[in-house]
Design a protein around this ligand. Sequence first.
Ligand code: 5CA
Ligand code: ZN
Length: 409
Amino acid sequence: MHAWPASEVPALPGKGRDLRIHDTSTDGLVTLDPGPVARIYVCGITPYDATHLGHAATYNAFDLVQRVWLDTKRQVHYVQNVTDIDDPLLERAQRDDEDWVALAERETSLFREDMTALRMLPPEHYIGAVEAIPGIVPLVERLRDAGAAYELDGDIYFSVEADPHFGEVSRYDADVMRALSAERGGDPERPGKKNPLDPMLWMAARDGEPSWDGASLGRGRPGWHIECVAIALDHLGMGFDVQGGGSDLAFPHHEMGASHAQVLTGEYPFAKAYVHAGMVALDGEKMSKSKGNLVFVSSLRRDGVDPAAIRLALLSRHYRANWEWTDQVLRDAQDRLARWRAAVSRPDGPSADELVEEIREALADDLDAPAALEAVDRWAARQQAQGGTDEGAPGLVSRAVDALLGVAL
Ligand code: 5CA
Ligand code: ZN
């Protein structure tokens, strides 16, 4: 699949700091030490509805990770998937009497437009589940042949017991895992499974549903977790730096993905850090396509809201916080954007060298974007109150805000 166009990232004087970030598997901060090429996999959308502010907040977090790395003069290999075949997509297509392929293509196009408008850096490889199927089938065959997978009425399940590290990503206890499995696409109640948590790797073809040639697996379609594993192993390999997504992906998705990959390769770990963004809520409940309590990026854009203000609104909350989207969050961001634009539109101002270091320091400290915004606020307030004589300062602030925060002033 094609991704979306990249907005240019201005180069800044000096060099950023190494990123310290929260890793779910250790529940602590780790200082990442990627080589010259940092590798990141961020789970993509299931394209059955438009991008809402919750999605955008999560992609914003991982965009910041990349901006910090780029500022340390590293290259970034970024891979993202599109879950363009899965139960929720088929259910929505059926509900709306629409072709599932057309639905997925339309929503993926809209996502690309939203990401472009928000200045999110595009992945180098943007891969759909459907196009990954030829790579998924041999992985499932290998797991089965190694005794790590088994058949149940034609469907193939992964045996979680096959991975001695199973449970180490999310660190949930058995009861929580079981509840989350039922809630998030698993089938712990299905009779005949070796362990109720075992996830499906390959689902045998069902009447009226799309299916693909699965060689020795028979016709069918892939399970959710193996999709991301196949794409990540193909384009990044084991031991990549960050596996990213919202906190609702820690279990089962990232837990199962790590186990699949660790059993397949015999190597450990799948990712060096598992990084999870908090959930954005609306009217007191997590924004979710299934609940329908959504604010779409595209609707705000259609209403004429400047995407830079949407981005500033996302940046105003720490990525790990669970927070509530309100009109006030957006209004505050619009006011801030106006203040910043006024401050950089003057021909000179107070020196911004220290500000650049403050932004760098805030982001390197577990992506503390709210602290970075406050630093820019302080510079803008000084500019407004007393101005300054540094002719390079307004330009440097614009470039730093663009390069490190993805906001065009
Ligand atoms: N296709 C899978 C991942 S392989 C999927 O989870 N798709 S999704 O469309 O449901 O979500 C896309 C990303 O947005 C995931 O990282 C998910 O954790 C995140 N996300 C979903 N809802 C919210 C929310 N309310 N707040 C923050 N992030 C969210
Ligand atoms: Zn995924």
